[in-house]
Design a protein around this ligand. Structure first.
Ligand SMILES: Cc1cc2nc3c(=O)[nH]c(=O)nc-3n(C[C@H](O)[C@H](O)[C@H](O)COP(=O)(O)O)c2cc1C
Length: 190
């Protein structure tokens, strides 16, 4: 489907509060598809042949891509890495001309949730590094793949959000997705 393709990675979606609320809100937006990757790959494995081929076609049809996930141990969940290893390897090393070169230019946005608050993600804070710095490997991946990097949508304090905070985070996500779509809208050929 053209439009915004959100790949939602979570190790245990049934227990998710924050990402589940964000995904639910995103599903209400026009031209937006949320793909529950854990439902597709429940054993955290994406095979390089069939699975990666299906995922590649989904990405090639999209106008923009969002990777949505909770931060686990200063990185994304294992399925995100499995997706990179299978899908990006297929597209950029095995079928570079027919897939990777065609995907290049598709804008990418990260939407990540973190249990710790913003003060933990500072020099001298509990985690010592900004969340933006922790996303550097993904930024480098986007650069390698030619996927223009859009400002991430980050939710802090995700372990202790009441209903009002959840609603605020979901509304913020909808706004960030709308802004992403507006900034990266395809201009009609004349
Ligand atoms: C195994 C594991 C590792 C985690 N590591 C971090 C971490 O490194 N930094 C952090 O801020 N939160 C960490 N968290 C908290 C999660 O980011 C938080 O629970 C999640 O964003 C909440 O979203 P959810 O309700 O969709 O699961 C971790 C949680 C788990 C289960």
């Amino acid at each position: 489907m053209a439009g915004t393709r959100i790949l939602f990675f979570h190790s245990d979606p049934a227990r998710s509060r924050v990402n589940a609320a964000l995904a639910a809100r995103a599903r209400d937006l026009p031209d937006t598809e949320v793909v529950d990757m854990a439902a597709r790959y429940p054993d955290d494995r994406v095979d390089l042949a069939w699975g990666a081929a299906v995922e590649a076609q989904g990405l090639l049809a999209a106008d923009r891509i969002v990777l949505q996930f909770p931060i686990h141990w200063y990185a994304g969940p294992p399925l995100l890495k499995a997706w990179q290893d299978a899908v990006l390897t297929r597209m950029y090393y095995i079928h570079a001309e027919t897939e990777g070169d065609r995907l290049a230019g598709t804008p990418l946005m990260i939407a990540a949730t973190a249990g710790n608050g913003p003060t933990a993600y500072r020099r001298g804070g509990q985690n010592g590094y900004a969340l933006d710095a922790i996303l550097t490997p993904l930024k480098a991946t986007a650069r390698r793949c030619g996927l223009p990097w859009h400002r991430p949508y980050l939710v802090y304090g995700a372990n202790r959000m009441d209903e009002a905070a959840l609603a605020t985070a979901a509304t913020g996500y909808a706004g960030a997705l709308r802004a992403f779509a507006a900034r990266t809208a395809r201009t009609a050929a004349v």
